[in-house]
Ligand binder design. Structure first.
Ligand SMILES: Nc1nc(=O)c2c([nH]1)NC[C@@H]1CN(c3ccc(C(=O)N[C@@H](CCC(=O)O)C(=O)O)cc3)CN21
Ligand SMILES: CC(C)C(=O)C(=O)O
Ligand SMILES: [Mg+2]
Length: 262
């Protein structure tokens, strides 16, 4: 999958599948499953680092994880998520940090926000950096929201989000993630744009869907947003395996002869 393929998928009416990954092992599994796009999300702050939100994730951490993922896959499109403070302070810092993500192997970058960041989107696309937008419930604004809440409710907020989406498209964005907004609004936005929308908690009418890998696998359960469908129960499997190992070691039945050298 390439960046122009995103647009082609929308034109052909083929849904785009996106999943996050943060390391080579899982990136290869995700690619082997045929997923189109891997997002190295700043959600790694929550699921990998165990923090309460994504605000403390640094550019160096994103570069490290993006390098691991990009180095492990061949076919999947890799998007590097721009962490908090890596693009907000100045246009110069924004372009440099986006470029650094491409230098470690990302094919595109993603940043949160609408009209407030369109100058960044233009500056990046002008130098050949494909940009994915992110609207709705943008987790880097969690302190402003006072918690994770559905966004784009009410006519004024809905219109504002539609205008932000149009502004991102006008600035050269290649796609837009829509997070935690009403399904009807996501449908309106998806129909109004030429570039694809990738939904997470934005209903079925988006041009693609994205989920955090460990939510999808049923591995992360500290909180489970309404939009998550656990397609697996890997936490239960991991617990079962670890308990069996402990029991076997304590009973002295592991290692047996077949796991021993002679
Ligand atoms: N594991 C994980 N999955 C995610 O999708 C995710 C992260 N981490 N970390 C960064 C952000 C935070 N996200 C979140 C976090 C919590 C809710 C949540 O609790 N939602 C509630 C309340 C919604 C409301 O009150 O409007 C829900 O029931 O869905 C949603 C998205 C999405 N992102
Ligand atoms: C959930 C997606 C959209 C994201 O931004 C992340 O994983 O950080
Ligand atoms: Mg993110």
């Amino acid at each position: 999958m390439t960046v122009p393929d995103l647009l082609k998928c929308k034109r052909d009416g083929r849904k785009i599948t996106v999943v996050t990954a943060y390391d080579a092992l899982f990136a290869r599994i995700v690619e082997q499953a045929g997923i189109d796009v891997i997002l190295v999300g700043d959600s790694l702050g929550v699921v990998v680092q165990g923090k309460v939100n994504t605000l403390s994730v640094t550019m160096d951490e994103m570069l490290y994880h993006t390098k691991l993922v990009a180095g492990a896959v061949q076919r999947a499109l890799v998007i590097g998520d721009m962490p908090f403070l890596s693009y907000q302070v100045s246009q110069e810092e924004a372009v440099r940090n986006a470029g650094r993500l491409l230098q470690v192997g990302a094919h595109a970058v993603k940043l949160e926000g609408g009209a407030a960041v369109t100058d960044r989107v233009t500056a990046m696309t002008n130098v050949g950096i494909p940009v994915i937008g992110h609207l709705g419930m943008t987790p880097q604004s969690v302190q402003q929201y006072g918690g994770y809440r559905v966004q784009g409710k009410g006519k004024d907020r809905a219109l504002q989000l539609l205008e932000d989406a149009r502004a991102l498209e006008g600035a050269g964005a290649s796609a837009i993630v829509l997070e935690a907004i009403p399904a009807g609004l996501a449908k309106t936005v998806s129909e109004a744009l030429t570039i694809p929308t990738i939904g997470i908690g934005a209903g079925p009418h988006c041009d693609g869907q994205v989920l955090v890998l460990y939510d999808l696998l049923g591995l992360f359960d500290e909180f489970v947003p309404k939009f998550v469908k656990p397609y697996g129960n890997l936490k239960a499997e991991a617990l079962q395996a670890l308990r069996r190992y402990k029991e076997d070691v304590e009973k002295g039945v592991f290692p047996s002869d077949s796991e021993s050298y002679h």
